[in-house]
Design a protein around this ligand. Sequence first.
Ligand code: NAD
Length: 417
Amino acid sequence: MKYPFGTPPAGDWITITQSGHLAVPDHPIVGFIEGDGVGPDIWNAARPVFDAAVTRGSRGRRQVHWWELPAGEKSLEKYGQLLPEETLSALEQAVVAIKCPLTTPVGGGFRSLNVTLRQRLELYACIRPVRYIQGTPAPVTRPQDVDMVVFRENMEDLYAGIEWKSGSEQAVKMISLLEDHFAVKLDPESGIGIKPMSPRATKKLVRKAIRFALETGRKRVTLVHKGNIMKFTEGAFRDWGYEVARDEFSDRVVFEADLTGDIPDGKILVNDRIADAMFQQVLLRPREYEVLALPNLNGDYLSDALAAQVGGLGMAPGANVGDRCAIFEATHGSAPKYAGLDKVNPGSLILSGAMMFAHMGWKEESDLIMRGISEVIGSGIVTYDLARQMPGSKEVSCSEFGRAVAERIRDLAASLR
Ligand code: NAD
């Protein structure tokens, strides 16, 4: 395919094998979207960290060939479109990409670019690992007890975008349809939103969460839902989740009702919790939870609440993953008022890069980034957002923070030889 934004750089494509695993060459082409607002600041700080981790982690054997893909304001200026079709094709071709935040233009009828990316590329799982980095200021007394990975369904639920404004022709039609055919009486001025949830999407998500737990040695997968109230959507999510566990992983899972004592070796526990109780559980008994699978709306709330529990969104990594491609991203927005000031925390993007390398099977690179960033923060070198909560710390700029992490990675790699 010809790309109007130039040919891909020299390097080899990542491919997906028939069994659905990634085949990653030593010189892969990886897509990146620089993003809007603070996007360029955090990208310029994070990229040297990634390159240092790859060069040092592989002792020079590997190299990422970064391929810039247009999206957002920069793309609008250069190509007249916020999200060119070719960018979507390029993301599928690259299989793995990393992105900085994109601004959602204000104005009626415009769908967020992030939502469009998820829908068009069928990135059905939003994955957010939540783990405490020693030294980060956190609002709870034992943030180190939190070590969870949230799998949030990314395409259905109230976020599918099926809704009608109060008083609109469609809302009025829906209200009379409900009254005429289903004996449901609503306030005639109600706005209407639809909450679709399917066995197909739920099972894809829960399957991914269970596979992840098995592959990474986690022992528990918890289905989180509000099924006591919304029986045929949230309650069905729980039932379909258990169905996947029973039908596809019967020799590898145990259920709470059958468990006496510890979880047997080689097996994982699949259980479920009601969403409101879960918000309490993650605060009161975080050590009992490892992998969580949630529908879209509750998943959105809980992943942000968990990020706050360990120090805030500035440090929270994430990924949107489908069967054909995965996009790793900083979870915060484009923070326009800080754009170009070289000020914000690039931690979220740096940690998303660590997650991306783990996804590619590059464990040494991923571990080096985790250790590098932890040690830099542990030594009190932080950006303004953390500095104001850490007495005695040294405040540095966004790019200085990136340089400090890259240098730490080089020292760590040298000391490991
Ligand atoms: P935001 O996350 O951009 O910023 C809110 C505030 O959080 C900032 O003013 C700043 O004080 C702080 N902050 C954010 N990132 C930080 C960082 N890395 N380091 C330190 N402090 C940081 O949220 P918003 O203002 O609601 O959204 C701005 C734009 O970003 C909107 O257009 C929104 O749609 C978009 N957005 C994009 C994504 C994405 O691309 N995934 C996610 C959320 C919001």
